[in-house]
Design a protein around this ligand. Structure first.
Ligand code: PAF
Length: 312
């Protein structure tokens, strides 16, 4: 495979170009660590206590080309104070992972949360009220082949925002240069909900029926499940105040199914890999909202139970 190697000269730290610590070196964490670093950002991987390496190679395969970059590694025991943090762990690991580095975070440290599902930011804001949290959602396609070795399968879009902040912060300029199709979104809650609604339909169904995303649009018994689920998710979405997302949900789901037909959803990959799923932060979050509005959601309730019984 053709190789492209980067050995960036460490850039000077400024408000526009601070040192980014990456918490969660999975597929999305490595993809963004690699891109930020190769565009000239200072990037450090935050690994678990006990990690002995002081640097690790990040390998990204894309369209038959391999890019390798060696990035510095620190652990919560030997890390300097953190001013800028990118969180890319699994949803259920976020809280403990942030707690493990809590002593390194300063008043007004910036944390970008790029995690599947919803409901995590509220908890983080409660426990670390002094931090500046930014929310992010991405449609990048990437999966791990081995630790810190990822396959980048599809160019997606990354949106970042913060409730009540219309203009991007100074560091965002560097991100928009480093990451293709990276946008500041002054309505990030809508972007997160739009992704959540699609995930509520595609992820549990593909995980339960052990099928590719495309099969949801082809097999008749599955298209019926998709329609029933879209209806329920759409009702809850509407009640939560996202009327346009609710109205467009069936078309949006159909277009994601067609556009990612050959993909196996992240939840199906978790089930196949014997990992815990993120269902509590996807369907689980949706059901908590349904309860707030007194909406019955029997189909989603049955699905979450089936996933927990069969896959956890
Ligand atoms: O979680 C996933 O896998 C993705 O968000 C999506 C859109 C369902 C495509 O596989």
């Amino acid at each position: 495979m053709p190789q492209a190697a980067f050995n960036p000269i460490p850039p000077i730290l400024t408000a526009q170009n601070p040192n980014w610590y990456i918490l969660g070196a999975g597929a999305i964490g490595c993809l963004n660590a690699g891109r930020l670093s190769s565009s000239g950002c200072n990037v450090t991987l935050l690994m678990r206590k006990g990690t002995l390496q002081t640097s690790l190679p990040i390998i990204i395969d894309r369209d038959g080309t391999r890019t390798t970059q060696r990035l510095p590694v620190v652990t919560p025991d030997n890390c300097k104070p953190i001013s800028h943090l990118l969180i890319t762990t699994k949803a259920y690991d976020v809280h403990d992972a942030v707690a493990s580095i809590g002593h390194l975070l300063r008043k007004n440290s910036t944390a970008v949360l790029m995690v599947n599902g919803m409901g995590i930011a509220e908890q983080l804001r409660k426990d670390w009220p002094h931090l500046h949290f930014y929310l992010s959602t991405t449609t990048e396609g990437a999966y791990s082949i081995a630790p810190q070795h990822i396959q980048h399968t599809g160019q997606g879009e990354t949106r970042i925002g913060r409730q009540g902040q219309n203009a991007p912060p100074p560091w965002f300029h560097q991100w928009s240069r480093a990451i293709d199709s990276c946008f500041w979104d002054d309505n990030i809650e809508s972007a997160l909900w739009a992704k959540l609604a699609v995930n509520c339909v595609i992820n549990p169904l593909t995980a339960l029926h052990n099928c590719s995303n495309g099969e949801l649009g082809q097999r008749q018994e599955l298209t019926e499940h998709v329609a029933t689920l879209c209806n329920e998710v759409s009702n809850i979405t509407h009640a939560a105040g996202f009327e346009q997302i609710a109205a467009a949900l069936p078309q949006r789901v159909a277009s994601v199914i067609a556009g990612t037909a050959r993909n196996r959803s992240s939840m199906l990959q978790d089930v196949e890999g014997g990992r815990r799923t993120e269902i509590d932060y996807i369907t689980g979050f949706l059901l908590r909202v349904a309860d707030q509005f007194g909406i019955d959601a029997p189909y989603n309730r049955a699905l979450i139970q089936d996933i927990k019984n069969n896959a956890h």
